[in-house]
Design a protein around this ligand. Structure first.
Ligand SMILES: Nc1nc2c(c(=O)[nH]1)N[C@H]1C(S)=C(S)[C@@H](COP(=O)(O)OP(=O)(O)OC[C@H]3O[C@@H](n4cnc5c(=O)[nH]c(N)nc54)[C@H](O)[C@@H]3O)O[C@H]1N2
Ligand SMILES: Nc1nc2c(c(=O)[nH]1)N[C@H]1C(S)=C(S)[C@@H](COP(=O)(O)OP(=O)(O)OC[C@H]3O[C@@H](n4cnc5c(=O)[nH]c(N)nc54)[C@H](O)[C@@H]3O)O[C@H]1N2
Ligand code: SF4
Ligand SMILES: [Mo]
Length: 682
């Protein structure tokens, strides 16, 4: 008999490509692209093609594990759930509900995230729920939510193909959203211009019409210089500003101080280039801005996003097909985890938890009281010297490898009275847990993911989870019932029905309607076709709001001890903390060990050759890794990816936070490197 084929969604990035899993004898034996998929149209990147390789890996977690005397022992699910509920409840009884916190997961489904935040909120009485969006597009949710009324991408991915101008700011999308970028290449074939603003000469920057290699953390001066020039040349869209925006005069007054010459001195990009790009963007019939972590992961991340929105509003390049602001959302379901209220200040659909009417509505539906005060962000809770958090429930996150300042993160987690981690593999974080719960992976469960363009899509179960591992939804239902909650859902479709009844933007979403194409939210009722382009007639908040972006340089400047700037981020073949991609033999063959990119001049000064072992040190810690000497990084900067547990980049990073969104400054801190020895292979 031939294999069965199951259509599902890629478990990695937010593009949300369609995968077809081939199943034979209960095993996933093949993984191929889905030609009929509306986003990926038969394409996958190397991570999608190889996504089956970790599913049946022998190191998958297969039973609940309890730590005793420093070693993990298998226990039954009944014992595990009983212990989890007892210990979390004890903490609440002793220290109050603000002493517990939970991290939900951008790798889990909407239904799982919805139940997770519901559990923490009504089962434990705490709004301390957060997830990796805090490390990622938190500034976007804050700034675009404030300026436009919605923190999500304004246009669908397909719109790239029909635009005239693409400005990619702080985004290495060719490596991080490769299939989405296929549409960008189609646009360029039709003559669209691509301008990349990135301190590194990435492949995308190399292939762009123009690359502006700014100094790290200087996007506000650069964008302000562009806006100054647009205004002083009369290239702003007056009709759009008058009819659809507010706050213009405050922005205009602020821009007076930012002539391109002043901007250039700070950002290091020539004033002629700033003027040229400003004119091209303003004059393009339609233009789209793509921005990612180079914008958000700064102590001025929220202000950076305001600057991006200001530029688009000034030129009326938003609210139309092929013209918009596109924060590419990173994880397969980070958009959904935010939509589901996996954040300390909002319930599902970004409804403010501190709003009495909102709370009353949820309380009536859930039959339980909700805590009134917003919870703590995970980064603030971890960074605080005397954090109130005493116990934590982490579902599908690996903060020891992904939060800034690893030593501090480990100290925080070790100091907890109780830590439970639910994952598919052991990670650097599970090892610190008291209790580890084995979860089913994407191929072993039903549910939905919401991709970066707000498309809600169905995940389908292809095979059984290994051993006694359970899907996250089932685990949460059992925990909820053990807490005395009415978590008696027949299946994930029933959870979606509850989500739809409480979340206006998901009001018309049901499994029956989703099938194979998905639906873009807002989709408010069962006849609503979904909304691909936002803000067409009016902004979600009414008028688009200009906000003055307050410039703050990176919080840790280079000095004589740490004279270089460390930029951290990603590479094509690996994904985040590597729990899945580093277990894939094909991806391991592509990149099998960590490295740091160093500029040839900085290397030469230190006697470092390509391939040498080097020590990389900041005020927080040091790692030992391999130097890749390349002009891709500018003199005075180095780049490290955070995929490698043997040389964890987050041992180095700074936990200086953006005061509004609390995103950490992953993209700039002071560092020094030194040669340790020759390359072992030479
Ligand atoms: N292969 C792969 N793809 C992924 C992921 C992965 O781990 N691996 N992760 C997913 C996730 S969750 C996310 S959030 C996205 C992230 O996607 P991206 O944001 O595209 O990836 P990063 O490597 O974090 O950083 C992007 C670029 O920002 C630049 N940069 C650094 N500092 C600055 C600055 O001050 N200004 C400007 N303008 N640019 C700067 C860096 O040089 C880098 O090229 O990728 C998603 N896709
Ligand atoms: N230095 C530095 N650090 C960074 C960044 C950076 O650019 N530089 N970027 C930040 C960003 S943008 C992000 S989004 C974060 C990501 O940070 P994390 O979310 O902590 O990283 P992941 O590796 O995606 O962790 C997800 C975990 O979920 C597990 N998992 C996968 N599928 C399932 C499932 O179905 N169920 C359960 N229960 N678990 C599952 C995986 O094994 C993994 O351990 O990292 C941040 N950290
Ligand atoms: S682009 Fe993203 S969603 Fe598509 S196959 Fe690659 S990792 Fe998966
Ligand atoms: Mo992310």
């Amino acid at each position: 008999m031939g294999p069965d084929f199951v259509k599902t969604i890629c478990p990695y990035c937010g593009t949300g490509c369609g995968l077809i899993l081939a199943v034979r004898n209960g095993q996933v034996v093949g993984c191929s692209p889905d030609r009929g998929h509306p986003v990926s149209k038969g394409a996958l990147c190397i991570k999608g093609w190889t996504a089956r390789e970790f599913i049946h890996h022998p190191e998958r977690l297969t039973a609940p594990l309890l730590k005793k005397d420093g070693c993990f022992h298998e226990i039954s699910w009944d014992e595990a759930i009983d212990l989890l509920v007892t210990r979390l409840r004890e903490t609440v009884d002793r220290y109050g509900p603000r002493a517990v916190g939970g991290l939900c997961s951008a790798r889990c489904t909407n239904e799982e995230n919805y139940l997770f935040q519901k559990l923490i909120r009504i089962g434990l009485g705490s709004n301390n729920v957060d997830h990796c969006a805090r490390l990622c597009h938190g500034p976007t949710v804050a700034a675009m939510g404030h300026a436009l009324g919605s923190g999500a991408m304004t246009n669908p991915i397909a719109d790239f193909a029909g635009t005239n101008f693409i400005l990619a700011v702080g985004s290495n999308a060719a490596e991080t959203f490769p299939v989405a970028m296929g549409e960008l290449y189609r646009a360029r074939e039709k003559g669209a211009q691509l301008v990349v603003i990135d301190p590194r000469t990435t492949e995308m920057a190399k292939n762009a019409d123009l690359h502006l290699p700014l100094r790290p953390g200087t996007d506000i001066p650069l964008l302000s210089g562009m806006m100054h020039h647009i205004l002083s040349s009369g290239l702003e869209n007056r009709a759009f500003i008058e009819q659809r925006t507010e706050g213009f005069s405050e922005l205009a007054a602020y821009l007076d101080d930012w002539p391109p010459e002043r901007a250039a001195q700070i950002c290091g990009v020539a004033p002629e280039l700033i003027r040229h790009v400003a004119e091209a963007y303003a004059q393009a019939p339609s233009a789209m801005i793509i921005f990612c972590m180079g914008i958000t992961q700064h102590a001025c991340g929220t202000a950076n996003v305001y600057a991006v929105c200001d530029l688009a509003l000034l030129c009326g390049q938003v609210g139309r097909p092929h013209a918009g602001i596109c924060p590419l959302r990173g994880q397969c379901n980070v958009q959904g985890a935010c939509d589901m209220g996996g954040l300390p200040d909002v319930l599902p659909g970004y409804q403010k938890v501190e709003d009495d009417w909102v709370r009353m509505r949820f309380e009536a539906h859930w039959g339980a009281a909700l805590p009134k005060e917003a919870g703590m962000t995970v980064t603030a809770a971890m960074a605080a010297d005397d954090s109130p958090i005493r116990a934590a429930y982490i579902m599908g996150e690996n903060p020891v490898m992904s939060d800034p300042d690893r030593r501090h993160t480990i100290e925080f987690l070790e100091n907890l009275d109780f830590l439970v981690v639910q994952d598919i593999f052991h990670t650097d974080t599970t090892r610190l847990a008291d209790l580890v719960l084995p979860a089913a992976c994407f191929a072993e469960k039903e549910g939905t993911f919401t991709n970066t363009e707000r498309r809600v899509q169905r995940l389908r179960k292809a095979v059984q989870a290994p051993g006694s591992a359970l899907d996250d939804l089932m685990i949460l239902c059992r925990v909820g019932r053990a807490m005395g909650l009415d978590f008696n859902y027949a299946d994930s479709a029933a959870v979606m029905d509850e989500i739809a009844s409480l979340t206006p933007s998901y009001g018309g979403i049901s499994y029956r309607r989703l099938q194979y194409k998905g639906l873009h939210w807002p989709c408010t009722d069962f006849d609503h076709p979904g909304t691909a382009v936002l803000h067409q007639k009016r902004f979600s908040r009414g008028r688009g709001l200009f906000v003055v972006p307050e410039y703050r340089p990176p919080q840790e400047a280079p000095d004589e001890h740490y004279p270089l700037v460390l930029i951290t981020g990603r590479m094509f073949c690996h994904y985040h903390t590597g729990t899945m991609t580093r277990r894939s033999p094909s991806l391991h063959r592509e990149v099998d060990k960590p490295f740091v990119e160093v500029n040839p001049k900085d290397a030469e000064r230190r006697g470092i050759c390509d391939g040498d072992r080097i020590r990389v040190e900041t005020r927080r810690g040091a790692i030992s890794t391999t130097a890749r000497v390349v002009p891709k990084v500018a003199e005075g900067t180095i780049f490290a990816a955070f995929h490698f547990h043997e040389a964890p980049a987050d041992a180095l990073t700074n936990n200086a936070l953006d005061p509004v969104s609390n995103v950490p400054e992953f993209k700039a801190c002071a560092v020094e490197i030194a040669r340790e020895g020759a390359c072992p292979d030479r």
